[in-house]
Design a binder for this molecule. Structure first.
Ligand code: SF4
Ligand code: SF4
Length: 172
C-alpha cells in the first residue's frame, strides 16, 4: 500500500483536535509558522503524501538527518513552507507540535513536549504534558503506535530520539 494513504488517514486524527481547546496561535501570533523558511521533518514514508498531492505551498528538501535500516542509509526529508499552508494537507509534525514521540532507553514510546519547541512555543516552555488536551495526546499515541509497527519506522525513531536527546540536554 502507498504510505500516503496511511498518513492521510492519520492526518484526520488532527483535523479537529488541537493541543489545547482554544486557538493557541493567539497567544504567540503563530510563532511556530513564522520565519521566511519554516521546516518540519517528514516521517518515514510521509513524503508520498506530497508526491501525491503536490501542493504549491511546500518545498521538500533533504536534511543531514539519516538513519540506517536493513543495511541501507535513509535521508530524512523536510517540508519547507513560507508560513502558510492548507490546514488539511499540513505534515504530521505540524499537527502534533509542540509534542513529539520519543523512544526511551528500553525502546518504550513516550509522548513528550518537543525540546526543539521550547525556544519558540509558549506552551512548550510553560506546560507539562498533562496540561495538553487529553484527546490530542491520545491521538498522537494512536498514530505513532500504529506507525511503530513498521520496522523501518522504528529504526527512524531510535535515531530521532537520540537527536532529541541533544536538545533535551540543551534545554534542561
Ligand atoms: S508556537 Fe505553540 S502556542 Fe504558538 S501557535 Fe504554535 S503551537 Fe500554538
Ligand atoms: S506547514 Fe503550515 S502548520 Fe506547518 S509550519 Fe508551515 S504554515 Fe505552519
Amino acid at each position: 500500500m502507498n504510505t500516503a494513504y496511511i498518513y492521510l488517514q492519520l492526518y484526520k486524527l488532527f483535523d479537529d483536535v488541537t493541543p489545547v481547546p482554544v486557538d493557541c496561535g493567539q497567544l504567540c501570533d503563530k510563532a511556530c509558522c513564522k520565519g521566511d523558511d519554516s521546516g518540519m521533518f517528514l516521517f518515514p514514508g510521509e513524503k508520498e503524501v506530497f508526491n501525491l498531492l503536490n501542493p504549491d505551498w511546500v518545498r521538500i528538501e533533504k536534511t543531514d538527518f539519516t538513519y540506517d535500516y536493513n543495511g541501507k542509509t535513509y535521508t530524512t526529508p523536510i517540508a519547507m513552507c513560507q508560513g502558510y499552508c492548507d490546514r488539511y494537507q499540513r505534515p504530521l509534525a505540524c499537527r502534533i507540535f509542540p509534542l513529539t514521540p520519543y523512544l526511551d532507553k528500553n525502546g518504550h514510546m513516550d509522548i513528550i513536549v518537543d525540546p526543539r519547541a521550547k525556544g519558540v512555543c509558549p506552551m512548550a516552555k510553560g506546560f507539562y504534558l498533562e496540561d495538553f488536551d487529553a484527546v490530542f495526546i491520545k491521538n498522537i499515541k494512536k498514530a505513532f503506535s500504529l506507525l511503530m509497527k513498521n520496522k523501518q519506522f522504528k529504526a527512524f525513531m531510535v535515531e530521532y530520539s537520540k537527536y532529541l536527546d541533544e536538545f533535551k540536554r540543551f534545554y534542561k
